[in-house]
Design a protein around this ligand. Structure first.
Ligand SMILES: CC(C)(COP(=O)(O)OP(=O)(O)OC[C@H]1O[C@@H](n2cnc3c(N)ncnc32)[C@H](O)[C@@H]1OP(=O)(O)O)[C@@H](O)C(=O)NCCC(=O)NCCS
Length: 290
């Protein structure tokens, strides 16, 4: 028999629900992450309710013609009753009413069959690498002189970060990048140097580990410099980085710094495919918005 499910908009009052569900799934998001999803797309974050109980969440973020679906979580007591599928279908119905040509997401092993049934196809894999950066050992490389810190809300820096980001993701993600840079707990670095050489890296604390990324780099030297600079801020801390498996230099960097593979995600697409430049994409923002 079909479970009766209602959907409603998620608001900041639902952040404790989001935190409870993400803790069940052992995910890394913080209240600040939920708040960011809600502020980026206040009309696109939803709660599923079953018999008067809040049992699931999902968030959507639209970047022009490309949208991301994230935070698809169903209470462990209510799984395998079709709630996850109907949540994602509800988000897709919302997106079908907007001018969106492409819907993307990073799927876990549990999520993948749900998305495949709804018309998503796999694009490529990402590996979550994990390390506890040894205390007192700064991994900063000598080439650090070329890297410059961006202060929160420095618009000049944001424009350059957006440019590098667009080259790698082929998506205009300025509204996400601006928020990440503005958050007091985030760190942002951008390279300076010749025009064709450059990139950026952002990082922020999570509940289980620091999430390093998104990161974009023009080449291996630049990527190594940027990631070393970001890692130097988090010595003594547990760090996650989600790396496309096709970016061998990024994986080499992570392995060289002692990161080990924790899990994998598959990036999926529905509608018109968008092809990331995987040689430039050194790390995603987490399994949330590419
Ligand atoms: C992934 C997740 C959201 C799925 O939620 P869900 O409500 O269990 O999803 P559904 O019930 O729609 O589908 C799950 C399975 O139950 C089956 N199912 C659906 N209705 C059913 C019913 N009435 N009776 C029995 N099985 C049913 C589906 O066929 C599906 O099987 P499959 O995985 O073998 O294809 C949930 O497992 C979860 O929160 N996982 C942790 C977080 C996570 O990984 N999220 C996905 C991020 S990409």
């Amino acid at each position: 028999m079909d479970t009766s499910i209602d959907f409603r908009l998620m608001t900041e009052a639902d952040i404790p629900l989001g935190m409870r569900l993400k803790a069940q799934a052992h995910w890394n998001q913080t209240e600040a992450d939920w708040r960011r999803f809600l502020r980026l797309q206040p009309d696109g974050c939803f709660v599923a309710c079953c018999d008067g109980q809040d049992v699931g969440t999902t968030t959507v973020c639209i970047f022009g013609s490309v949208a991301w679906i994230a935070m698809v979580l169903v209470d462990i007591q209510h799984r395998h009753r079709g709630i996850g599928t109907r949540l994602v279908r509800y988000a897709l119905d919302f997106l079908d009413r907007q001018d969106v040509a492409t819907v993307r997401l990073d799927a876990t092993a549990l999520g993948r069959p749900v998305y495949e049934r709804l018309g998503f196809a796999a694009q490529y894999d990402l590996i979550r690498m994990e390390v506890e950066l040894p205390d007192g050992v700064s991994p900063m490389s000598e080439a650090n002189a070329v890297v410059q810190e961006i202060e929160p809300m420095r618009q000049a820096g944001l424009a350059a970060i957006e440019r590098w980001d667009r080259l790698a993701t082929r998506t205009v993600r300025g509204k996400l990048l601006a928020r990440l840079i503005a958050e007091s707990t985030s760190r942002a670095y951008l390279t300076t140097g010749p025009k064709s050489f450059g990139g950026y890296v952002l990082s922020r604390p999570g509940t289980r580990a620091v999430q390093m990324g998104p990161a974009v780099a023009s080449d291996e030297t630049c990527g190594r410099v940027l990631l070393d600079r970001a890692a130097a801020d988090w010595v003594g801390r547990r760090v996650y980085i989600d790396v496309p498996t096709d970016n061998r230099p990024a994986l080499r960097w992570a392995e060289g710094r002692g990161f080990v593979c924790q899990r994998s995600f598959v990036r999926m697409v529905r509608g018109q495919p968008v092809s990331d430049d995987l040689q430039r994409l050194w790390a995603s923002s987490g399994p949330e918005m590419g």
